[in-house]
Design a protein around this ligand. Structure first.
Ligand SMILES: [Zn+2]
Length: 472
């Protein structure tokens, strides 16, 4: 509630300060992170869309030190730092933050060939405090204190002085598919690759510029002349941070070249070799779509020696469960972003523990267990119910599937329930157990055993899973 109120306050605040609700690209003079102005590339503009400040994704990646992964196919971006992570999708006013769906005021969008995201949302969700000084067009970002007791102690700087001496960069050049950085000591570089456009970001901790042979502007930034180098479009360098000091070099690759590299120190030179790249433009830019696919485990309840409940016309629950589960599988196999795994696809009985272990060992994203209810002594009992256990991710998944499943089945809505059942309790991902209907009820049974209704139900389950996974 407090969060909501502060967001409300902030949006009112912005409403007053930024009367133009229609997008107007305006020049952002500064982003100040923890009292330190970030060195932004000259062409970075902030746009105001529906009262939200939008910044290009590469600023998030390169200047805010967040790890950014862009997935072109789903048009979604994962932003990560330490244990915090969020997923935003272009055009979607919903973000996934720590397994929760959170609404955005303004959806990320494409603008001037780059993706822009709302800076306030992104930074606040990452735990930073955000303040906007409209007069100076400055965004002030404040990181949460690592240790609240020492956050502002002045002698924390002298501690830094006691650590290893600074390393100085004296030369940066790029030739024959090699980035060479000469310095007066060896540091362990932190190298990350980013996509769209593909680039390699080399961070040199505890490093500053010495007497650099390449030009540096007043913002401690510069660019190499790479006009004769077909494999790269730009190589830029900057003093990325002053406290602690850190030099950053960004190699932007020409279109179609994947960001892969080999690094080594030879004497006083750090060499980032890109010659393994660029030979095959078909090579995917990211680490591969296979890794991006969501794993969905479909569990047909019971099976083999365990028939489950019995229907009013003496049919076994296990057969209904399998028939529906196979239809869900059939539909999920058409989803390029989903990998479907069945706990069983025939009349066999894996134990509940084995089903749980399978899903956990796969590190699955979603677990859906399919069942049919039956209370032979109360044949009037009817309807669809969905069970989750405690986790909010499971509740979201259950809600997304349940509302569709009720519609597809056309039966009474018995609700979404928090229930302690082994397969949804001991699995570690979003997990739901569906009691699709009552096999002990004449009309429920008729619907449940109809192929047509089963396909509708399967589609409802698939659509619910896709909503939960933010797959459009
Ligand atoms: Zn069952």
């Amino acid at each position: 509630m407090k969060k909501f109120l502060s967001l409300l306050f902030l949006s009112l605040f912005l409403l007053i300060l930024l009367p133009n609700s229609i997008s107007a690209a305006s020049k952002l003079s500064k982003i100040v992170l923890d009292g330190q102005e970030l060195a932004l590339p000259a062409d970075v503009k902030v746009s105001i869309i529906d009262q939200s400040m939008m910044i290009p994704l590469r600023v998030v990646a390169e200047n805010l030190k967040f790890q950014v992964n862009w997935d072109q196919r789903s048009r979604s971006v994962t932003i990560q730092q330490n244990a915090k992570a969020m997923m935003l999708t272009v055009g979607k006013k919903e973000a996934k933050v720590a397994d929760q769906l959170v609404r955005l005021d303004t959806a990320p969008r494409n603008m001037n060939q780059s993706v822009v995201v709302p800076i306030r949302f992104v930074t606040e969700q990452m735990g930073l405090a955000v303040n906007w000084d409209n007069r100076n067009k400055t965004v002030y970002l404040t990181s949460p204190p690592q240790n609240p007791d020492q956050s502002k102690v002045p002698n924390s700087e002298s501690e830094a002085d006691n650590t290893e001496p600074l390393t100085h960069v004296s030369q940066i050049h790029y030739l024959n598919q090699q980035l060479v950085i000469r310095m007066d000591g060896q540091v362990t570089p932190k190298i990350s690759t980013l996509t769209n456009p593909a680039r390699i970001v080399v961070d040199l901790p505890n490093t500053t510029f010495g007497a650099l042979t390449q030009p540096l502007d007043s913002a401690m930034m510069g660019k190499l002349d790479v006009s004769g180098q077909p494999d790269v479009s730009e190589v830029r360098y900057s003093l990325f941070s002053r406290d602690p000091e850190q030099v950053r070099v960004v190699v932007e690759l020409s279109q179609g070249n994947p960001a892969s590299y080999h690094q080594e120190f030879i004497g006083d030179q750090l060499i980032i070799d890109l010659s393994g790249t660029g030979s095959d433009p078909q090579t995917p830019v990211s680490s591969g779509d296979e890794n991006e696919r969501k794993i969905v485990v479909i569990d047909a309840g019971h099976g083999g020696s365990d028939p489950g409940t019995t229907s009013i016309s003496n049919k076994h629950e296990k057969d209904f469960n399998l028939a529906l589960a196979l239809k869900v599988q059939e539909l999920l196999l058409k989803e390029p972003e989903i990998e479907v795994i069945m706990t069983r696809d025939s009349d066999v009985y894996p134990t509940r523990t084995e089903r749980v272990q399978l899903a956990n060992s796969l590190n699955a994203d979603v677990f859906v267990s399919i069942h049919g209810n039956s209370v032979l002594e109360s044949p009037q009992a009817t309807g669809t119910e969905s069970h989750y256990y405690q986790r909010s991710s499971s509740k979201q998944l259950a809600d997304a599937i349940h509302k569709r499943l009720v519609q597809a089945m056309g039966l009474k809505d018995r609700g979404v329930k928090n229930t302690s059942l082994q397969v949804i309790r001991e699995t570690h991902m979003a997990a739901v157990l569906l009691e699709v209907g009552f096999l002990s009820n004449v009309s429920d049974e008729q619907a449940m055993l109809s192929d047509t209704v089963q396909y509708k139900a399967a589609q409802a389950i698939v659509d619910g899973i896709k909503e939960y996974l933010s797959i459009t």
